[in-house]
Design a protein around this ligand. Sequence first.
Ligand code: NAG
Ligand code: NAG
Ligand code: NAG
Ligand code: NAG
Ligand code: NAG
Length: 435
Amino acid sequence: MTTRQFFALLLAACSARLASAASAQVFSPPSSGPLLQTANYTSFSNNTLKDKPTCKGKAFNRIIQVWLENIDFATTASTPIFESLAEQGILLTNYNAVTHPSEPNYIAAIGGDFFGMADDNMYHIPSNISTVVDLLEDKGITWATYQENMPADDFYGFLYNSKNYISPGSADYPYYVRKHNPLVIYDAVSQDPQRVKRIRTFNDFANDVVNGTLPQWVFVTPNMVNDAHDTTIDFAASFLTYWLVPLLSDPRVNDGETLILLTFDETETYTIQNNVWAVLLGGAIPLNLRGTTDDTLYTHYSSLSTVQANWGLKSLGRGDTIAGLSNVFSFVASKTGFKNVKLPADRVPQFNLTGVASGALTSTNFVPFPAPNLKARGAGGGSVLIRPGLNTKLTPGSLPAPVNLLLQDKTTPWQMSPRTTSGKSIIPCADPNCA
Ligand SMILES: *[C@@H]1O[C@H](CO)[C@@H](O)[C@H](O)[C@H]1NC(C)=O
Ligand SMILES: *[C@@H]1O[C@H](CO)[C@@H](O)[C@H](O)[C@H]1NC(C)=O
Ligand SMILES: *[C@@H]1O[C@H](CO)[C@@H](O)[C@H](O)[C@H]1NC(C)=O
Ligand SMILES: *[C@@H]1O[C@H](CO)[C@@H](O)[C@H](O)[C@H]1NC(C)=O
Ligand SMILES: CC(=O)N[C@H]1CO[C@H](CO)[C@@H](O)[C@@H]1O
């Protein structure tokens, strides 16, 4: 073999390896530990929050939600790390996503509705639509979201390709996607210069924890490989071993009053009930309930109602106040006196319908955003919070019948053209022609 042939063979062997690495990625820790900043996350933290929690909750004083992606309950339940986490907490056996695909589920958990959304496109939601952030700030509860591999705090792009840290030398990888970052999609959050600082990177997470300023309401989105989206449940299990397991025994994250909800956005299989695996963990779980299961019907709206019950917050007057579909996690309901509602079996939705709901974020069944139900009473007992610019007269009953905008060659006014890897914060425009 000539030297040239040898190198040709070597090159072929190497590219074959790279190709197989791309098809089956192997978990690699992005840093030496979850509380150490890393260059694998593009930019280092510039600041820390200055949070001093003041308002005590009835059942917990901090809630951390961690969302993984697209796995059926049975698959997760038979994976070792998840089995061992269930033994440390309360396994919620009847926790449901609200629709398919991903993005509407994230939206729903923040704003109490998915407004008909049936895809993963680039949207923004006008600033008169309230979110959990309004409810939290109304009572001085501190909050932040931490998005793995988001390149900077004010990032507004559709996705971000960063250095491939799993297969060095391979093409940059879209580890961060906007569709899993619900707070940025709500203008009430991302277009507010103070609030946008709370849409934070994973290096900020390390900085905030180390500096003792981790807020009281936290939403964590691991990147597209660690959350199992592009990989497998075993890959996500390795990520949790690296990231969550050490944090569970770190009092700066999990003190005696912390509640952690680990769950999934939706099931992978669309033709089954959208029942995702979910566990409640953390120091706030009463000792006698650790290792138990709770079969109450919950949905992504339950994380909203649970937070409202815990801190006595106002409500959004949307999915968070629908009896039976927004049950409060039982141990919190019993500490706050909230009465959950058990729906008769024939009234329990399967939550797996896609593209049938009408709303402002669907082109096929478009209706404008309605005002919330102002008469609703949420689990926190307060009134419905109204943001500036909300037209309370736009009740669902007063809105026009749904129209199919695609028949008129239009998309919804709230769908924007994707911005890919760049993406400074911009003020969105309601005119579809200027997005
Ligand atoms: C980035 O991740 C890779 C894969 O785990 C690791 O080998 C490397 O040390 C990390 N780089 C930094 C700067 O932490
Ligand atoms: C820190 O500041 C620099 C310079 O302004 C910026 O490029 C970088 O993205 C910032 N980091 C974060 C995490 O926002
Ligand atoms: C939803 O799940 C049920 C089973 O629980 C199934 O019968 C039904 O076909 C599914 N619907 C869709 C649209 O896949
Ligand atoms: C919310 O604001 C948008 C943009 O200004 C407006 O088009 C819409 O009618 C408002 N909706 C409600 C319910 O107030
Ligand atoms: C912004 C800030 O104060 N960051 C500090 C957080 O804690 C680390 C470690 O003690 C410091 O190096 C940072 O300066």
